[in-house]
Design a protein. Structure first.
Length: 497
């Protein structure tokens, strides 16, 4: 059986704890790999390697850093297919989704390649007589990233390329459910010429996480995951004096106004709710149908959903793959099974779905719930699976109030032909990312990703300008030099007076 170990100081390091976690193929349910779980001492070794490497890397030139990153970008591009296959084998998402994940991660690598532009300082001359003031940004030191299972390549790529471009060194703790992509990213970084110790990967569970949160040599922690864990990360790391960006969960709403193109809205709802089996924090999990649009919209969504082909991620015909684990599949299914008793109308029930020849896979069919009460568990909780709730609202104002009452504020969307209503919505809705006739408004790499309310803990969004600010700290220098004409060494300047 394949074993995934740690990557410390530029090389693979076998785990010493004797504790391993299973990594399954979600399409078959078979355990294909085991991953070593780090001890606190192994985490310490990774941090020590990063700290030693920072002594050189932190003072390296921008030209040196960007040269490595340009080579890294080329290697990632050349290995897209390989990375996508690793993602599919351990996460289960279909190959096209996995390729898209790599592409979105590459956007941030490309941003990191242009870090010289992002780190340009500011200068004010003559703020007083012969006094200049400059502002510069410098790296923090050793920083850490804790990443989720649903994007095992993309989310790490949202973090460490920008962090190392800014001059930091990095310790990554990927999800133990699908760790191989993270190790391959580290290997390719070494091949690109990233010095030993600049990027380290430790696998494990809460022992590894807690050690990173408390370690005195870790200056900052980036996290993406569920809201309860994000809150814990923020509280614990902050209490240990660290800078924190902790991105949590979501319940993303799509508001559909009566003037919307309902075919386009239905297409968007299906792709946004069921793509990647709904296992993404930007999935649309609640559609709010305004006015009399509900019945027609639900019929159109159902028609499209029933045509989606579910199967193994490595089958080119598959449009949606399995869920990550059996336990997660069973939890997702419980929301559908309990929906009717809580007042929802079950339009599509995918809880009994299976794939011939893959009966032990973690399968869940597309599920559609209509007229869902706001008190139902399927609406109140982040399900993280292929379950779409439809709610009804009489007016725009009622729909907006429903969305703003949610404790989450990650992403949202409006479908309408009315530019004025769309403008109102983008100003009035309480969410960090807004789509106008765009169902999943994930910003491009040179803007920043992040939500509001319980979807984000900390002051900084991830990547883009916020990412650069997070991985650097500002310094202001005030300078006054005597003019050579004032005396001192005679350099031939004229004396006035």
């Amino acid at each position: 059986m394949k074993t995934v170990n740690h990557w410390i100081d530029g090389k693979s390091v076998e785990g010493t704890s004797g504790t391993y976690g299973p990594v399954t193929d979600p399409a078959t349910g078979a355990v294909t790999t085991r991953v070593a779980f780090a001890t606190a001492e192994e985490v310490d070794a990774a941090v020590a390697a990063a700290k030693a490497a920072y002594g050189t890397w932190g003072g390296s030139s921008l030209a040196q850093r960007t040269a490595v990153l340009f080579r890294y970008r080329a290697l990632l591009d050349a290995h897209r297919e390989e990375l996508a296959r690793l993602i599919t084998a351990e996460h289960g998402k279909v190959h096209s989704d996995a390729l898209g994940e790599v592409a979105r991660g590459l956007e941030v690598v490309e941003l990191a390649c242009g870090i010289a532009q992002q780190l340009k300082g500011e200068l004010s001359t003559q703020v007083s007589s012969r006094v200049d003031v400059s502002a510069i940004r410098q790296p923090l030191g050793v920083v850490a990233g804790i990443t989720p299972f649903n994007f095992p390549a993309m989310v790490p790529m949202w973090m460490f390329p920008l962090a190392v471009a800014c001059g930091n060194t990095f310790v990554l703790k990927p999800s133990e459910k699908d760790p191989s992509a993270a190790i391959r990213l580290a290997e390719l970084a070494a091949e690109a010429g990233l010095p030993d110790g600049v990027l380290n990967v430790v696998n494990g569970d809460r022992i590894a996480v807690d050690r990173l949160l408390e370690h005195p040599d870790v200056a900052a922690v980036s996290f993406v995951g569920s809201t309860p864990v994000a809150r814990y990360i923020h509280i614990t790391a902050s209490a240990n004096g660290k800078r924190v960006q902790a991105l949590g969960g979501a319940k993303n709403h799509m508001l559909v106004l009566p003037d919307a193109d309902l075919d386009a809205a239905a297409d968007a709802a299906v792709s946004a709710a069921y793509g990647s089996a709904g296992e993404r924090c930007m999935a649309i999990s609640a559609v709010v149908a305004v006015g009399g649009t509900g019945d027609e919209l639900v019929a159109k969504i159902r028609e499209r959903a029933e045509k989606i082909r579910i199967g193994p991620g490595d089958d080119p015909a598959s449009e949606m793959g399995p869920l990550i684990t059996k336990d997660h599949r069973d939890k997702v299914a419980s929301y559908v099974r309990g929906a009717a008793a809580q007042g929802a109308e079950v339009v599509l029930d995918g809880t009994g779905f299976t794939v011939r020849g893959y009966e032990n896979g973690h399968w869940m069919g597309l599920s559609l719930l209509d007229k869902v009460p706001t008190g139902a568990d399927a609406y109140r909780d982040e399900i993280f699976g292929p379950v779409l709730c439809v709610l009804r609202a009489g007016t725009y104002e009622e729909g907006l109030a429903l969305i703003n009452a949610s404790p989450w504020g990650n992403g949202t969307a409006i479908f309408t032909r009315d530019g004025g209503m769309a403008r109102r919505f983008q100003l009035e809705v309480e969410a960090g990312m807004v789509g106008v006739n765009v169902p999943i408004p994930v910003p491009v790499g040179y803007h920043s990703f992040g939500g509001w309310k319980h979807s984000l803990f900390g002051d900084h969004h991830i990547y883009g300008n916020d990412g650069v600010r997070f991985y650097t700290r500002g310094k202001v220098v005030t300078t006054r030099w005597p003019d050579p004409a004032d005396g001192g060494v005679d350099l031939g300047f004229p004396h006035h007076g």
